[in-house]
Design a protein around this ligand. Sequence first.
Ligand SMILES: [Zn+2]
Length: 253
Amino acid sequence: MIYRNVEFQGIVVSRKNYRERDMLVEIYTDKYGFKTFLVRGARKRGFKLSAAILPFTFATYVGSINEDGLSFITTTKNLKQFQSINQDIFLNAYATYILELMKYAYQSDDLISLDWFEKTVSSISAINEGLDPQIITNILEVQALGRFGVQPNWQYCVVCQGVKGPFDYSESYGGLLCVRHFHLDSQRLHLDAKTVFYLRKFSVIDINRISTINVGDKTKENLAKALTTIYDGQVGIYIKAKSFIEKMNTQLY
Ligand SMILES: [Zn+2]
């Protein structure tokens, strides 16, 4: 099935050279998910759509969407470039990771969701505007778990429904355990109170409404560790940008 002359929003995920003068450009679109576009003449000097296919460009595109094969772009408008992300290798790594994570999410649950597209664009905009890239990414990671079939309960103890902490996260119970039920799982993550506080908060927060972030370095490190454990143990995906981020962080701290 081919949809001709349709308008959609998208963000450029990656691109690679194709044949002598062309490029294959992967775009995360609002209405069709992740699609690969054959852009003819993209490597020629003065190519008219060159700004629209730069990495992380967010724009409105008009083109043909092919459900199974390559898609095509005819025109674009309302281009937005994320300048800070383009200039900073660190921010770039987080934005790349977010897009790769969303791509995996579509592979495990092929529901096309405008909500998730908007969440992704909001996260990348927030990082571009200077909000802490790790925290923004962690919020998205917490909220995306459901798309990978992991839907932890962050609201109350999964055993007694108690809302009084302290809490810890248990992978085998799929959510929080309260202190009275810690003994049921010796493999629980042994998270400190601050880390649990933020994980619970992240599960319900609206990224668009965040104007400042102030999380200490130690808690950030614990949050990153907790989410890596949950993703490794319950989701099991490998994302190249993530190992790059981890390498950068070990050099920083
Ligand atoms: Zn309990």
